[in-house]
Write a protein that binds this ligand. Structure first.
Ligand SMILES: Cc1cc2nc3c(=O)[nH]c(=O)nc-3n(C[C@H](O)[C@H](O)[C@H](O)COP(=O)(O)O)c2cc1C
Length: 191
């Protein structure tokens, strides 16, 4: 077992060109700077199929190899960051699917929601936070909203400079990372 608290960073968007991954990469850097070990969990790479377990996750029964592997990855964490865009005023289907695969593995896990969009992803942040509270994750603070500006995008709606976009929220992300690593360390000490 690693000495440093394990902080998962779940990238909730899966498009081939994404804002989500540079946001997650910066969070990983900040988690490491705060003394945690960042564990990148990019749903575009993990490629979970739509939930295909016969029994509900609350049963604790995990049969499919991809479910067992996903459960093991979440079980190994001391805390988790959810990185989500606003898609039609909600969070992506791939992220809901990944959450719905598990139950006990999430319960008690300290977490932070980082969202982005024209209103900072306020809607997806609120919806996702409500779902995480329902499941029993321990949300740390209000989450981080990262609002777009019109100049962030070119005429084909591609982000011009993801690093500059992320840099605008650097301080909020750093504070969230430090808070979460602190909670993760407490979680590990209590285990
Ligand atoms: C299917 C879809 C729906 C979207 N709906 C919204 C929305 O409701 N609010 C918003 O602020 N941005 C919306 N956008 C713009 C996204 O915030 C923007 O494309 C962002 O880069 C998406 O995150 P990603 O690049 O990580 O996929 C939408 C984008 C997509 C692809």
């Amino acid at each position: 077992m690693s000495a440093r608290p394990q902080v998962g960073i779940i990238v909730g968007s899966t498009r081939p060109v994404r804002v989500g991954r540079p946001v997650a990469d910066e969070i990983a850097t900040l988690v490491e700077a705060a003394g945690g070990e960042a564990v990148m969990l990019d749903l575009a790479e993990i490629k979970l199929p739509l939930l295909d377990e016969a029994l509900p996750p609350a049963s604790g029964v995990r049969t499919e190899p991809h479910t067992i592997a996903w459960a093991e990855r979440i079980e190994a964490l001391d805390a988790v960051v959810f990185v989500t865009p606003d898609y039609n005023s909600g969070y992506p289907a791939a992220l809901k699917n990944a959450i719905d695969y598990l139950k006990a593995e999430w319960v008690g896990l300290p977490s932070v929601v980082v969202s982005y969009g024209w209103s900072g992803g306020a809607s997806s942040n609120a919806q996702l936070s409500a779902v995480l509270r329902y499941i029993g994750l321990e949300l740390q603070g209000e989450g981080v909203l990262m609002p777009f500006q019109p100049t962030d995008f070119d005429e084909s709606m591609r982000m011009v400079d993801a690093a500059a976009f992320v840099a605008r929220s650097e301080e909020q992300l750093r504070l969230a990372a430090e808070r979460l690593v602190g909670a993760a360390a407490e979680e590990r000490a209590a285990a």
